[in-house]
Design a binder for this molecule. Sequence first.
Ligand SMILES: C[S@@+](CC[C@H](N)C(=O)[O-])C[C@H]1O[C@@H](n2cnc3c(N)ncnc32)[C@H](O)[C@@H]1O
Length: 323
Amino acid sequence: MRTRFDPSLARDQDSPSGVNERPSEQLLGQYIPLLYHHNMLQDADRVKAFRDAIDLVVQPGMHCVELGGGTGILSSFAARQGARVTCVERNPELVSCGRRFVQLNNLDEQIHVVQADASSFVPDTPADVVICEMLHVGLLREKQAQVIDAFKRNHMRAYGERLPVFLPEASILMVQPVEQTFCFFGYEAPIPVFQAPQLDHPDTRELTALHPYASIAYDEVIPRGFDVREPLDVIRPGRVNALRFVTQNVIAVDVPGQRAITWPNQCLVLPIESAFDVVADQSVQTSFRYTCGDSVERLADAIRCEHAGSGGTVRTAGAHIAD
Ligand SMILES: C[S@@+](CC[C@H](N)C(=O)[O-])C[C@H]1O[C@@H](n2cnc3c(N)ncnc32)[C@H](O)[C@@H]1O
């Protein structure tokens, strides 16, 4: 299972929010080192979900554009379905690697690997399908939202209102207060913890149901960020000391087959500043605000969690921050 949270390996110098950032916040997940790409190739759940979705949606003769093609594996599935594929990648190391693997697989007639920033790239002909996997829990760190948003604008300017099909089609972002064990061989350290995507975890006790705070359909307006203020009902007593963020991605919906092809990101558990006890029938006032692509640290700094009632119960009308 891939973990993309390792600032020591990140190399990106772009800052999404401008100046005055802590050094680690500049190391966001846009230049993913080659070694991570090896892990991504081996993440069978991820690759299979995308392959199944591509097999379902991509038809012979289509023009498929992949934004952030990496090693080219997702482009290869589209090419094997008989599509012409434009695989856009910004990182030169990955461009060379992608070209080498595409050739090794005898797909260089069908796949054109282009070195470019996907946010400003305009394909030579309209795209039928766009594949973009820059997904991180909560849409943090990577630029899925911004890149797709920019691509849609550029595509519409060049080719009119009709948009391609996007894979993934949607992401659903959820949150819940939890009681988390932050003990490492007897050593207490409340730190951000990434977990395998299933909700049952021996170190985590769910104290409320999962609260879906945003559903993003990539072919509709994509929010710039999220502003969440929500009282969440306690389902079992415990000590709230963290928030768990859970993201489910709908890669494609197979309507005749009556199934959704999904792939969840790793969950992220973030400690809160002051822990407190709750009992059933109480609610936890849960608040945070962040922009898509922000760092984990920025979200961690923005979290406020307390008994609902201590500062009055507050709820946001809609969680999305628009442009
Ligand atoms: C999570 S990886 C996915 C790679 C590949 N699609 C796969 O599934 O194995 C995201 C890729 O997007 C690339 N990327 C990020 N921002 C980009 C941008 N603005 N333009 C082009 N490529 C970008 C990264 O270099 C990385 O290779």
